[in-house]
Design a protein around this ligand. Sequence first.
Ligand code: S3P
Length: 448
Amino acid sequence: MTHEPSSSHPLRVARARQPLSGAIRVPGDKSISHRALMFAALARGETRITGLLEGEDVLRTATAMRALGAAPVRDEAGTWRVTGPGVGRLSEPEDVLDMGNSGTAARLLSGILASHGLTSVMSGDASLRKRPMKRVMDPLAATGAVFLAREGGRLPMAIQGRADPAPLDYCLPVASAQVKSAVLLAGLNAQGETRVEEPVATRDHTENMLRHFGAEVVVEKTPTGGRIIRLKGRPDLVARDIAVPGDPSSAAFPLVAALLVSGSDVQITGVGLNPLRTGLFTTLVEMGAALEITNIRTEGGEPVGDLRARASALHGVDVPAARAPSMIDEYPILAVAAAHATGPSRFRGVEELRVKESDRLSATVALLENNGVRTTVEGDDLIVHGTGGDIPGGGQVQTHMDHRLAMSATVLGLVAAQQVEIDDTGFIDTSFPGYLALMNSIGAGFWI
Ligand code: S3P
């Protein structure tokens, strides 16, 4: 069951009484976990996945793939086997596909459903039903698939897919790896070449994993920092094992907590370091963070390393808009770091935050303002006026069904003078099951 606010888990967070210390691992990468389950279903044979994130979002994808005729089986924690019917061979789901809270699941699956000759209906929880699907419906309609959605392109949505979809040639109007991936996934079952152009590079897990399964994917960098991706249709995808690295977007929370709580020294091992995901780490180092990255190796086609973060006096930072796609999920926790830092920080071009699990721009502003930290929004830029370590706190935080807002609020509470009251921490399970307990294992002292 998706967590709904009717069963909310409120939490009061008090200032940390001790430094955070210890070595931890964070759960598997959410983006890679969704893709592993979906792509394995499109490959011939049995794929073994280790390190799979078993958060609610990814479990939604597992359930959906089962409804489409794949057979994901859980052997033990994080270890799954998937037998794929293969590209073009999925079967029609008998009931509505409920994607819960997950935009990634809904958008990527749209590409798969549009390119199969079957009819399906997709829905999600109250947060997902508010999020824009037009960004995938518009390009995917050019395959010949027919979409029927609610006003403004919202879920629930019906899709009548095409067994012989036309290949797409599409230039992304927004920097979105989800839209890019939906178009590429539709291209798997199309005759000929699918071409996607992205003006700004976004996470490339889809390209990497499709290649891993044997697809021909050619990527060309443009002189202005973008990419052109070409996929040859109807590849013979063959099952291959996948090791999912720790999620850098989840590592962000214990990492920032360690930087802010005085005297802390925390190691996080086995974290994914795909360069299109590490904008937060670059930014924190620019702010003066004592952040070391060691033991860099390649696992399952993705770079992985160990992080060590020690408490640091951070200063304000100016984050360029071009960096946003490589840290798009990290702005709420970066805003907490900026609130603790000395001097102002400016996050440029963060308009995409408005269409995440919540309107993360206004929710992040409210998180800080309600706890005595000044912010300014100028156009699509967010400015956080750092307190130099004196965050008053004492506020109430509304998380709006958004896991990253909830985790950011817990870190804010660890360094605020007065307790921070969070309305609901239940949604944390969508991406980081066991977060509160893991943080307590390094000394956070959450009352759970
Ligand atoms: C994701 C892409 C990003 C990110 C999301 C995961 C993905 O969304 O915010 O959490 O796995 O492709 P957009 O593509 O909408 O930017």
